[in-house]
Write a protein that binds this ligand. Structure first.
Ligand code: HEM
Length: 433
């Protein structure tokens, strides 16, 4: 049995709040843009099988703008707290951010306009941001005292990101030099490492810290956690080797190991939730639980692609279930809980009476977001499966409305925090120094 994070003394391990808020604020804005990009590219979504153009641009607004931004903000801020390590250097965090934002803009523009110079420039900057981020988080992880499965998940995630980013650079240089024997195969390995490797390992590892924290529970199953870890690592290695060497049986073994990892992880999470001390689960668990369904769904679709039993829209449906269904649904669920939590910690650190996280939350935008998010997943999924671009457009528009509501929720937290900080305290003092 091992406990959740030790948040005692978290104040000394927290970064200045403007750093995580910058990452999260950018992710919240890109969340709206990612759905809008899907609506704009709706005609080409169902038939997408790779290659630059508006769909790939939209994919990277989501992957770099929302998923990687959120993962960076969360790990730079929460890892030192969860693992009892000093906060990383603020310069490294700032440089990472200021490389990633212009790099992401150049890359997305380059993909949308099919402009190779912009793609290469964007790739150089984003890959530099990733390299600095991996080096910075590796320093936090080295010598960490936290639970072994969590730490190993994170190492696997950061290792995967480093390789995914190196492949991304090679893929973008290949547009001009044409040296790769199989560009598409390399792109598929890049996606596997970026999504299941980096985002997936972080999702599994962080969930073992955050879900017990959200529910006030002890994580019971160390063996389950170790099982999920090693199945996920085996699945990833087998999938990458199989895809690289064109060995379908090895890819299949990787998918089976991935499904085992997903099953063990979901069992661990359900066990954690079942043994919680907090009676009423927060609404974020509607999203978090839905993400537990989309993870195995994406792997089953991966099997369908491997066996070549899916229609031509199979690759797009797989990508949508993986990126929007599993990863985005999980991240918005987690963000809706940690944004008010971090804001509340900030009010405490600023010397004011801490604001209760529940007082910083506006429920209506969250409800609007949830409904639109699920409507968008259903309608876009149906639009891709049936190859009806108007359905994809309508669903993506619903997703954009939901994402705008989520942004309204985030802005409300910001203004309520400011109001709390500027309100006179019980002792009659004004704004805390
Ligand atoms: C480190 C920054 C990144 C750069 C510079 C980058 C760049 C690229 C490039 C050059 C391609 C090849 C496009 C092609 O010719 O088909 C690509 C494909 C793709 N990338 Fe990234 N990428 C990055 C991060 C990510 C991450 C973190 C994810 C997932 C979480 C991701 C998901 C995808 C997807 C889904 C494709 C389409 C693959 C296909 O063609 O089947 N990328 N990326």
């Amino acid at each position: 049995m091992f406990a959740g994070p030790d948040i005692g003394g978290a104040g000394q391990r927290l970064l200045p709040e403007r750093i995580p808020m910058r990452f999260f604020g950018t992710a919240v804005a890109c969340h709206v843009l990612a759905w809008l990009a899907l609506a704009v590219a709706a005609d080409d979504v169902a038939g997408f099988v790779g290659g630059p153009g508006p769909v790939l641009a939209g994919v990277h607004v989501l992957t770099l703008g929302v998923l990687v931004m959120t993962a960076m903000g969360a790990s730079l801020q929460m890892l030192p707290v969860a693992l009892g390590r000093p906060a990383p250097s603020t310069t490294a965090c700032n440089v990472t951010y200021w490389l990633l934002v212009p790099g992401g803009v150049l890359l997305v523009y380059g993909f949308a306009a099919i402009a190779v110079t912009f793609i290469v420039a964007g790739a150089v900057l984003t890959v530099s941001a990733v390299a600095l981020y991996v080096a910075t988080t590796a320093r936090v992880l080295r010598g960490a005292e936290g639970s072994r499965p969590v730490v190993l998940h994170l190492w696997a995630g950061f290792g995967s990101l480093a390789v995914a980013a190196a492949l991304a650079l090679i893929l973008s240089l290949d547009y001009t030099e044409g040296f790769l024997p199989d560009h598409l195969r390399t792109a598929v390995v890049h996606v596997t490492l970026g999504s299941y490797g980096f985002m997936g390992m972080l999702a599994l590892g962080f969930s073992q810290v955050l879900v017990p924290m959200f529910t006030i529970a002890m994580v019971l199953g160390r063996r389950l956690a170790e099982g999920a870890l090693w199945s996920a690592v085996a699945g990833l290695v087998l999938a990458v080797v199989g895809l690289t060497l064109d060995l379908p049986l090895v890819v299949g073994a990787g998918l089976i190991a991935g499904l085992c990892a997903a099953g063990l992880h979901v069992r661990l999470m359900m066990e954690t939730v079942r043994t919680r001390m907090r009676k009423r689960l927060g609404e974020e668990f509607v999203l978090i639980r839905a993400s537990w369904i989309f993870l195995p769904v994406s792997l089953v679709l991966g099997f369908g692609l491997l066996l070549d039993v899916l229609p031509d829209t199979g690759p797009a449906l797989f990508g949508f279930a993986l990126l929007f269904g599993w990863l985005l649904t999980l991240l918005v669920g987690i963000l809706q809980r940690i944004l008010p939590f971090l804001a509340s910690m900030h009010t405490a650190r600023a010397g004011s009476t801490p604001a209760a996280p529940s007082k910083l939350i506006a429920e209506t935008p969250l409800k609007v977001h949830r409904r639109c998010h699920f409507a968008a997943l259903t309608v876009v999924g149906a639009g891709i499966a049936l190859d009806v671009p108007d359905l994809v457009r309508a669903g993506a528009a619903a997703g954009a409305v939901g994402a705008a509501a989520f942004a309204w929720f985030a802005v409300t937290i910001f203004f309520r925090t400011q109001t709390h900080l500027s309100a006179p305290t019980a002792e009659g003092k004004g704004k805390a120094p």
